[in-house]
Design a protein around this ligand. Structure first.
Ligand code: GCU
Length: 430
């Protein structure tokens, strides 16, 4: 990409965004003029320097090299499926949501140990579907009962995130919090379009604070004598992504679900998680990143908004320890986030940004999607097809899709309308 053209484009963009910048965390760079020039690591070159000229070389060799970079330096290596996993159907309601949905609740037990973490899945499927349906799968922040006001959803326990270095605590979920995140989930819209929705509470897999390891699935896999994972082993994002794969293991056993058409979706830290889940687990047929920002869809080298140091300082439990080597040294990283998006290829990937979400660097999210394009093209698909950021509310829906909407860091009905249109185009009728 022509960096000078890029800088000029950024200035226009900065002017457009100047207003809302004040609402973002202080101390970060929100000035496009201060984004340094950068050179992204090449995707289509093998470690030994040879060019990647065909799909076979990407699939057999380069893809593995790129995946290994993220395993070693960013999210850490994760184990496979546990040997003693069990699925328990704990509730089934065929007349949920006024007859519009079948609601299932399934507990995924990761281990035989009675006090081991277990993930509770909430699944809505359109009532009366004639055949197995494609499904959106994503982790939620507030507990399954927060996803919809449906009084039949199990009220579980929720974790606080802890404050000022203090660990989080677990509490029973309150009746009042039922449906509190329903704006983010748009269950009815999803069902109307003929899709199912499956979700689990991310803290079932690992609660979200530094020191949550004893309550995490990660503790089930510590090698004898070790109190913490090694520097290249999984952090919490790796654990959450692993949980998504375990949810897919369940969905593969559910005859009402078309498990070959599962779109993994996530917002913010869980958008980082969705991208990483899809990169590792090619059973996911599509991936959607919503406002995932630094360590997700956004290019780290751009140094706009959040940085690698910010992530490692504020959320020391999210990434593998090796990631800290790149605090203030983004340019030395053998990876950048366009390579993570490329790991989805040739499966469709959608990146969504919000105009006021400067901390997540919307332009950096867009440019990562742009720069993943050559891999999609090598595999016979279409990248974004432009390096000009589209105006708000003008989605692009090639195999790589992108939109920026007005407003703040969130998931809205507008976002879901685009995810559904993108899935209609690339997943449903395939
Ligand atoms: C913080 C964090 C981001 C993250 C976001 C979220 O803002 O710095 O990296 O994406 O939280 O998950 O809500």
């Amino acid at each position: 990409m022509n960096l000078r053209a890029e800088v000029a484009g950024c200035l226009v963009f900065a002017a457009l965004l100047a207003g809302p910048a004040a609402a973002q965390p202080a101390g970060a760079n929100y000035d496009e003029a201060k984004v340094p020039n950068y050179l992204l690591p090449g995707l289509l070159k093998l470690k030994n320097g040879e060019p990647v000229k065909d799909a076979a070389t990407w699939n057999r060799r380069r893809r593995q090299e790129v995946l290994a970079l993220f395993q070693e330096h960013v999210y850490g290596r994760s184990p496979g499926r546990p040997r003693h996993m069990r699925f328990e159907l704990t509730s089934l309601e065929k007349q949920a949501l006024g007859g519009k949905a079948v609601r299932k609740e399934v507990t995924v037990r990761f281990s035989d140990k009675p006090d081991a973490p277990a993930m509770h899945l909430l699944i809505y499927l359109p009532a009366g579907a004639a055949r197995p349906v494609p499904v959106f799968l994503g982790l939620n922040f507030g507990g399954n009962h927060a996803v919809n006001a449906d009084p039949g959803i199990r009220l579980g326990e929720v974790w606080t995130r802890g404050e000022a270095g203090k660990p989080g605590v677990k509490r029973p979920a309150t009746v009042e919090s039922r449906g509190s995140a329903s704006g983010r989930w748009q269950v009815e819209k999803v069902l109307e379009k003929g899709y199912g929705l499956a979700t689990g509470y991310y803290c079932d897999i690992e609660p979200d604070f530094d020191g949550g390891l004893p309550y995490s699935v990660r503790s089930l896999f510590l090698r004898a004598g070790r109190k913490a994972p090694e520097a290249d082993e999984w952090g919490a994002i790796g654990a959450w992504a692993w949980g998504l794969s375990r949810a897919l293991d369940y969905l593969e056993t559910d005859r009402d679900v078309d498990a070959g058409k599962v779109a993994v979706m996530g917002h913010s830290r869980l958008g980082k998680t969705a991208l990483w889940a899809a990169a590792q687990d090619t059973r996911f047929a599509m991936v959607i990143s919503n406002d995932s920002g630094e360590g997700g869809a956004a290019l780290s080298r751009r140094r706009f908004g959040e940085t690698i140091r910010d992530l490692n300082t504020r959320f020391p439990h999210w990434f593998c320890l090796n990631y800290r080597k790149y605090n203030d040294r983004e340019d030395e990283a053998p990876f950048d986030q366009h390579m993570l998006i490329a790991l989805a290829a040739p499966r469709p990937v959608y990146v969504a940004s919000a105009q006021e979400d400067l901390w997540a660097d919307p332009r950096g999210e867009f440019l990562a999607a742009v720069n993943a394009g050559p891999v999609f093209e090598l595999l016979g698909k279409q990248g974004l097809g432009t390096d000009q950021m589209p105006p708000v509310h003008q989605p692009i829906m090639n195999s790589v899709g992108y939109h920026i909407r007005a407003g703040k860091h969130d998931v809205t009905a507008y976002d879901w309308d685009q995810f559904l249109a993108f899935a209609d185009k690339h997943l449903k009728g395939r």
